[in-house]
Every structure is written in structure tokens, then in C-alpha cells.
Write a protein that binds this ligand. Structure first.
Ligand code: NAD
Length: 283
């Protein structure tokens, strides 16, 4: 049976550290970090994510401002709001909740968010910095995964890491994060052939595809470290990951549960990025 990588516990520790930093900022510089979140339309899952983010902001002492735009919002209106928030000195971080309606160009919107306030790390400047191994904002999910591995002293250097899924928000930045830590990384996706042959050689596997029970026991070797990013619902509406946890956990040395693994870490690292942005803007 494997060890559980307890994202909830590590996130608790990260949040506590951030709370202290925020208190210090208030006391020494009379600055309160502020996160602005933009949501376009009323996607129910996005509403839950935003509520969770606002709760964690409150826990840490970060101010939270919500901008709820109508489904019929035009690209110009969205960009103009981003411009306004970019200029507002009281706002330290800007987050555009995805998805946004199909008629809007999310990449153009991410590009418009000032790189200094881009706490999600989706602006091409921050993506480029991560690729070049330079300091910038790192996408919160991969950032959280690296932090949880560090917390459990799991060696990355020299390891064979396999990522399943190549999205811009998880798979691709995960590749850079693991590469920057000197792993040998393979990225698999829906067109990959002989996936099992690749995953069976992996020391570390990150699964981010959104398919319940996708990673099975016969696809992994003994002692593998498994990171499950997926968020899916089972027939009873319960949240499940992309990994067949019950069986894969019998072979893995370490594994993240869902819920309670990557999810809490993602929010904690978003908060870390907001605090970092605030400090850098007030140097
Ligand atoms: P996505 O939904 O944009 O893309 C899915 C990826 O999976 C694609 O790259 C595709 O090539 C790959 N894929 C699909 N079927 C495959 C198959 N059979 N074999 C190999 N690859 C396959 O990806 P995303 O936005 O990274 O989301 C993936 C999952 O992670 C979703 O369940 C999402 O909800 C979840 N997620 C969780 C967090 C978190 O904080 N826990 C954060 C982001 C995303």
C-alpha cells in the first residue's frame, strides 16, 4: 500500500505561512494583497471554484473582488475591464476564470493581463519565462505539484517522469517544471501510441486528462509516484480523479488522493502567487 501525498495537509501549511506573510505586510507596510477574479457567464463549476478561492483568500487575509460579466459580454468589454484592473494599483493579482463563452478569445484575454499581475501564469510572457527557466509566475497546478513532491522529499532529478495530458494549464507547464528540476520528461496525449509501454517505465506519473479510472494498475510499475490531477464525477456525483486509486495505490510508493490531493494545492499556490505579486509590486 502506498503513502498518501496529502495535499490538504500541505496546503494547510502553505496557507499558514502565507497568512503570516500577509499579516507582516499589513503591519510593516500597511498593504493588504488583493485578488480580482473575472467570470464571464454563469458556469456552475466556475461558480464553485470562485467561491472556494474567495474562502481561502478570506482565511489568509487577502482581499477578494469579483467581476461577474454577462454571457453577452464582448471581447472589447472584457479587455477593457482587464485594462482597468491592470491600472488599478490596489489590485495585485488578476484571474480570469475559464471557461469563458466560445465567442470570446481567452488567449487574447490572458495576453492582456499584465504579466506582473498574472497570478495564474497564463500570460505568454510568464509561459516563456518558465520555458527559459527564469523567474515569473508559474501556473498554479504544476506549481502545487512540485511543492507537494518537495514536501515529501521525493527526488525529481534524473527520474523518468511521464505526463498524460498536454493542456496549456497543466500538461505543458508541468513539462517545464519537471524539466527545470532535471527529470527526463515524456508528454503523452490522445494521439500517443503504446501509452502503457511508456507509463510502465515511469518513476513519476502525472495524469491530467479528465477521464475517470483511466490510469490502471497494469499501466504502472511497482514503486511509481502517481499524481492525479483529474476532476470527474462518478455515478453518485462523487468527485473522482483520473486514476483507479484503489488498485494503483497497491503498487505506487506515493499517490495523491482525489479529493484532497492536487486540488487544495492549486488554490494554495494561487494564494502564494498573489502574495508574491503584492511583494514585488511594492518593493
Ligand atoms: P484538457 O481537458 O484541456 O485536455 C485533456 C488532455 O488529455 C488533452 O491534452 C488530451 O490530449 C489528453 N487526453 C485525452 N484523452 C486521452 C487519452 N485517452 N490518452 C492520453 N491523453 C488523453 O486538460 P486539463 O484542462 O489539463 O484538465 C484535465 C483534468 O484535470 C480535468 O479533469 C480537469 O478538471 C482537471 N484539472 C484539475 C485541476 C486541479 O486543481 N485539481 C486543475 C486543472 C485541471
Amino acid at each position: 500500500m502506498s503513502n498518501i501525498l496529502d495535499g490538504k495537509e500541505v496546503a494547510k501549511k502553505v496557507k499558514l505561512e502565507l497568512k503570516e506573510e500577509v499579516e507582516k505586510l499589513k503591519l510593516e507596510k500597511t498593504i493588504i494583497p488583493k485578488l480580482a477574479v473575472i467570470m464571464v457567464g454563469n458556469n456552475p463549476a466556475s461558480q464553485i471554484y470562485i467561491r472556494n478561492k474567495s474562502k481561502v483568500c478570506e482565511e489568509i487575509g487577502i482581499e477578494f473582488e469579483e467581476y461577474l460579466l454577462d454571457e453577452t459580454t464582448t471581447q472589447e468589454e472584457l479587455l477593457s475591464l482587464i485594462d482597468k484592473l491592470n491600472k488599478n494599483k490596489e489590485i495585485n493579482g488578476i484571474l480570469l476564470q475559464s471557461p469563458i463563452p466560445m465567442n470570446l478569445d481567452i488567449n487574447e484575454a490572458f495576453k492582456r493581463i499584465s504579466p506582473e499581475k498574472d497570478v495564474d501564469g497564463f500570460n505568454p510572457e510568464n509561459v516563456g519565462k518558465l520555458t527559459l527557466g527564469q523567474k515569473g509566475f508559474v501556473s498554479c497546478t504544476p506549481y502545487g505539484i512540485i511543492r507537494i513532491l518537495k514536501e515529501y522529499n521525493i527526488e525529481i532529478e534524473g527520474k523518468n517522469a511521464v505526463i498524460i495530458g498536454r493542456s496549456n494549464i497543466v500538461g505543458k507547464p508541468m513539462l517545464q517544471c519537471l524539466l527545470n528540476k532535471n527529470a527526463t520528461v515524456t508528454v503523452c496525449h490522445s494521439k500517443t501510441k503504446d501509452l502503457e509501454e511508456i507509463t510502465r517505465r515511469a518513476d513519476i506519473i502525472v495524469v491530467a486528462i479528465g477521464k475517470r479510472n483511466f490510469l490502471k494498475e497494469n499501466m504502472v510499475k511497482d514503486g511509481v509516484v502517481v499524481i492525479d490531477v483529474g476532476i470527474n464525477r462518478d455515478d453518485e456525483g462523487k468527485v473522482k480523479g483520473d486514476v483507479d486509486f484503489e488498485n494503483v495505490s497497491k503498487k505506487a510508493s506515493y499517490i495523491t488522493p482525489v479529493p484532497g490531493g492536487v486540488g487544495p494545492m492549486t488554490i494554495a499556490m494561487l494564494m502564494a502567487n498573489v502574495v508574491k505579486a503584492t511583494k514585488e509590486q511594492n518593493k
